[in-house]
Design a protein around this ligand. Structure first.
Ligand code: OKP
Ligand code: ZN
Length: 334
């Protein structure tokens, strides 16, 4: 239901790397390796999503393509006039203005049926959240589209609703005092960071490519540690291009130490496997076997854990890599 063929690359429109078959390959691998029962997402009220996102933004996501068509367009809705100069101007009414306020870049096209996939992706995270708060040790939400670049009021980086943030808020609303999010996607999860930057009830720890030279470019630096009440509850580990598991595992160990010290009731893992050496848009060098070790390391925290799918664009290996994380984790028992 969300299959935009193109995205904006520097200087040109090109192939969209967030292909729908990414999710199919992951699901098939999970089924064939019998990682666990596979469930359909349940439906949830919009109010659960409104706990994180603004209502004007949600309206936009639902109606954008219809309004784009009314303007005479046939293809997918893309922004082209971005509101960086007048952020306090009156709320946008024209679809072109809305695209300039509610999208942050040229990687978040909206198709006629995108909202269905976007909302079900969030429902998948909410379904898994419920299972865990009701007592399961772990669950994996096979979210697509991904979510960690989505802020309160804007889409970017293939992300529309911040599935991990919505689940974290649902844990809190369900009675949790503290939730930790570990983001291991290759890209920094700037949306998740922004959403929880001023809060101490959600700890965000992220290991990612140095934003000085990688998307999302404007956030994820080491000096970003949270603000006000949230000071110290955002932790960033930017790593250089060419990083192998040998170096990666040290940042991961530091991350796990910070999480253990925080003592959360629940852990959410923003699970991107675009750290893989053959990923077509990324520059880390993790091997498929490394994901078993990553899962094992995460499992050593012995926390109820919700894995939320983020990126990973080497479609042929994405299933193996994701299933390896889950299997490494499961081997840790408890
Ligand atoms: C989403 B997730 C221009 C290059 C920018 C956007 C990457 C979004 C990654 N097309 N690419 O964190 O895996
Ligand atoms: Zn990514």
């Amino acid at each position: 239901m969300h299959a935009p063929p193109l995205e904006l690359w520097p200087g040109r429109f090109g192939e969209n790397f967030d292909r729908p078959d990414r999710a199919v390959v992951v699901r098939n691998e999970i089924i064939s390796r019998k990682i666990g029962p596979v469930l359909e997402p349940q439906a949830f009220p919009l109010r659960d999503i409104l706990r994180v996102h603004g209502s004007a933004y949600l309206d936009f996501l639902q109606k954008a393509h219809e309004e784009w068509k009314t303007e005479g367009h046939e293809g997918d809705a893309f922004g082209f006039a971005f509101n960086v100069q007048h952020p306090g101007s009156r709320p946008p009414t024209h679809i072109y203005a809305k695209l300039g306020v509610y999208t942050g870049d040229g990687t978040v096209p909206l198709t006629a049926t995108s909202w269905q996939a976007i909302s079900e992706s969030a429902f998948s995270a909410l379904t898994a959240r419920r299972l865990i708060q009701d007592g399961e040790r772990a669950a994996f939400a096979l979210c697509r589209p991904c979510g960690h670049h989505a802020t309160v009021g804007a889409a970017s980086g293939y992300s529309y609703l911040n599935n991990a943030a919505i689940a974290a808020q649902a844990f809190i609303d369900g009675g949790a005092g503290r939730v930790a999010i570990l983001d291991v996607d290759y890209h920094h999860g700037n949306g998740t960071q922004e959403i929880f930057y001023g809060r101490r009830d959600v700890l965000l720890v992220s290991v990612h490519a140095d934003p000085a030279c990688e998307y999302p470019y404007f956030a994820g630096f080491e000096h970003e540690r949270g603000r006000g009440d949230g000071e110290g509850f955002t932790v960033n580990y930017p790593l250089p291009f060419g990083t192998r598991y040998e170096q990666y595992k040290e940042a991961l160990a530091e991350s796990l130490k910070a999480i253990a010290k925080y003592g959360p009731d629940f852990l959410i893992v923003s699970l991107g496997v675009d750290t893989f050496r053959l990923d077509p848009i990324s520059k880390f060098l993790l091997e498929s076997d490394d994901y078993l070790k990553m899962g094992e390391a995460i499992g050593s925290l012995s926390l109820p854990t919700l894995f939320v799918m983020e990126g990973g664009y080497a479609v042929e290996e994405i299933g193996v890599n994701v299933a390896n994380v889950l299997e490494g984790f499961s081997g840790t028992g408890t």
